[in-house]
Write a protein that binds this ligand. Structure first.
Ligand SMILES: O=C(O)CCC(=O)C(=O)O
Ligand SMILES: [Fe+2]
Length: 210
């Protein structure tokens, strides 16, 4: 049995249209057309009107590491509430374990270089980011638009590339069976070559968030 901050492949596969990425190294699913086009458009509008330069939890000295812009999605907005509700139904995770839904916007040339979403328990930022809510359990992100060129999310160690497509969801377990971080979740949001890219991301924690 898994905890309230956790999802499972078995549960996710009960939803219509969910594909498991066929790799024993990672628990990962893709579901095309998870969010309807009108909701994607509303979320894009919110990101457009309220964005700031993205930050890094573990700053590594590379100012070009994450060049996108970020929006903390406000639950007062009906579109955000609807997306949150759909994510709760889909993941089966108690929403109290979710971080604030985050929007991302990438212009041509912007990217988020290879990283994991889980934190290193031996790193200096563990205390700051994980002492209360614990490790990140699952990541679920949704592409909000079709990108003209580029913007692929590449998982190098499993040889998987996920192409942006309006409404498509991708989700993965950040941990191995023993609860430690899975290095096979390393991923790179590659540079947008043409057009713009918008995504929303939901990260879940072992313990309740804030
Ligand atoms: O935009 C993407 O394709 C991935 C974003 C990402 O990895 C993140 O925000 O942690
Ligand atoms: Fe990431």
């Amino acid at each position: 049995m898994h905890g309230p901050g956790d999802s499972s492949i078995e549960f996710l596969r009960t939803h219509h249209g969910v594909m498991r990425v066929p790799s024993p190294k990672i628990e990962m699913v893709v579901k095309p057309a998870f969010l309807p086009p009108a909701l994607c458009a509303d979320l894009i509008h919110l990101i457009e009107t309220d964005r700031r330069p993205s930050t890094l939890a573990d700053y590594n000295g590379d100012t070009a590491f994450r060049t996108s812009e970020t929006c903390d999605m406000k639950v007062e907005e009906p579109a955000v509430r609807e997306a949150e509700r759909m994510l709760t139904d889909f993941t089966g995770i108690n929403p109290a374990h979710g971080e604030t839904l985050q929007g991302q916007r990438y212009e041509v040339g912007q990217e988020f270089k290879q990283h994991t979403d889980w934190f290193n328990p031996d790193g200096e930022d563990w205390e700051k980011f994980c002492s209360v809510a614990g490790q990140r359990t699952w990541t679920f992100m949704v592409y909000l638009n079709d990108v003209e060129a580029g913007g692929t999310t590449r998982f190098k160690s499993i040889g998987k590339k996920v192409e942006p497509e309006a409404g498509k969801l991708v989700g993965w377990n950040n941990r191995k069976a023993d609860g430690s971080g899975n290095v096979n979740t390393l991923h790179h949001a590659m540079k947008v070559r043409k057009g713009m890219k918008y995504v929303i991301t939901k990260w879940y924690r072992e313990k309740p968030w804030g």
